[in-house]
Design a protein around this ligand. Structure first.
Ligand code: SD4
Length: 293
């Protein structure tokens, strides 16, 4: 009998992404198509300043994007530090489906996009130019911003009516990062991981801390050991904490979805929320448990 579909995604912008993903799932679409369609909404929205067009630039004033995608067969595709591409998630899917590779970065990713018929898009907006000008005057000596507001990735996980799982993750990364810096979000196992036998997980927050712990792979492995999605996210956050002495100054959050359709999340500190849409939760914002106030 058909499985009840589920969509879960990070932050407030997850609601619009979930609505789109749900449309795809309700029409019998695949988890993969739903995940891609969902996060494309966020990528195209210039009001979301941490994903796609109209994002925070890097410290050279350039918007560079990271994204990855994974399907139920365990295939994955990823792009990092890519410029002038409106939908890095679709480009990541093309890497997965049309090349023998998993990850293509920088100029190579942009060149590949052009060969696949994608067009270049101006990603800067008046807002992103202004925020950069302000940042330059206030930060003559650069130091990376540690916490929260300027890095709200969208990670989205789907379960379709066939019972297959998929996930997508896309971001402009940490605001005012070094040019060429790559975070966790396009790294399979760090910012996203899906194992169709077990479940999927995706991350948000300070990517360097997530990478050190192989965060999302770890969440899935904890689910494999029998833990609930919430408990698995908690255990992974505890691992992140143990590997990052500065953990009190950073945010890291995980969300997870298991094969049975159960969802959960956990984060280091308050301030993170996520959106769930399934047969009983109508795209509500939920607040995970966290380690410290
Ligand atoms: C990064 N993890 O590039 C991303 C940013 C993010 O919520 O998730 N923000 O480090």
């Amino acid at each position: 009998k058909p499985v009840r579909p589920v969509v879960i995604s990070t932050w407030q912008h997850g609601q619009l992404a979930n609505a789109k993903a749900w449309e795809v799932l309700s029409a019998g679409g695949s988890a993969l198509d739903a995940a891609e369609a969902g996060v494309k909404v966020t990528e195209a929205d210039p009001e979301v300043h941490t994903v796609g067009r109209g994002s925070y630039p890097d410290r050279d004033g350039i918007i560079t994007l990271d994204a990855c995608i994974m399907n139920s067969a365990g295939d994955c595709g990823s792009v990092a530090a890519v410029q002038d591409i409106l939908h890095p998630i679709s480009l990541a899917r093309m890497v997965m489906e049309r090349t023998p590779h998993v990850m293509i970065v920088g100029q190579g990713a942009k060149d590949f996009a052009l060969t696949q018929g994608m067009e270049l898009t101006e990603l800067s907006t008046d807002w992103s130019r202004e925020v950069y000008a302000n940042w330059q005057t206030k930060n003559p000596d650069y130091s990376p911003p540690i916490n929260v507001e300027n890095h709200d990735t969208i990670g989205l996980l789907t379960l379709d009516e066939k019972g297959d799982l998929a996930g997508a993750c896309t971001t402009s990364g940490a605001g005012f990062k070094y040019h060429g810096r790559v975070g966790d979000s396009p790294l399979i196992g760090a910012g996203l991981y899906v194992d169709n036998e077990i479940g999927g997980a995706t991350a948000t927050g300070w990517g360097e801390a997530v990478i050190r712990a192989c965060g999302c792979f770890l969440v899935v492995e904890f689910m494999r050991m029998g833990h609930s999605p919430t408990k698995a996210c908690q255990l992974a956050v505890e691992r992140v904490i143990s590997k990052n002495p500065d953990w009190k100054d950073i945010q890291v959050g995980f969300i997870a979805l298991n094969k049975a359709g159960a969802t959960g999340a956990y984060c280091i500190q308050s301030g993170f929320d996520y959106a769930v849409k399934n047969e009983s939760i109508d795209n509500e914002m939920l607040v995970p448990e966290f380690k410290i106030e």
